[in-house]
Design a protein around this ligand. Structure first.
Ligand SMILES: [Zn+2]
Length: 66
């Protein structure tokens, strides 16, 4: 039946599972954070060209009228 040794072993197994879950959770969180940052980098700021009115990349400037 339930001997102290078995209970201790059960507790140890539960602790290992709990720690494993925490590690996976942390890894998922880090991966999600990284994904969010990547998608933020992928977005481009658009500005309207004052000369021709076209929406262009804010960093590169207007490619239509220079
Ligand atoms: Zn322009």
């Amino acid at each position: 039946m339930f001997t102290p040794t078995k209970l201790l072993l059960l507790g140890l197994i539960l602790a290992v599972i709990w720690y494993g879950y925490r590690i996976i959770e942390k890894r998922n969180e880090a991966a999600k954070h990284k994904r969010d940052q990547t998608s933020a980098d992928a977005t481009v700021d658009m500005i309207e060209c004052k000369t021709c009115g076209a929406w262009v990349d804010a960093k590169d400037g207007c490619s239509i009228c220079g």
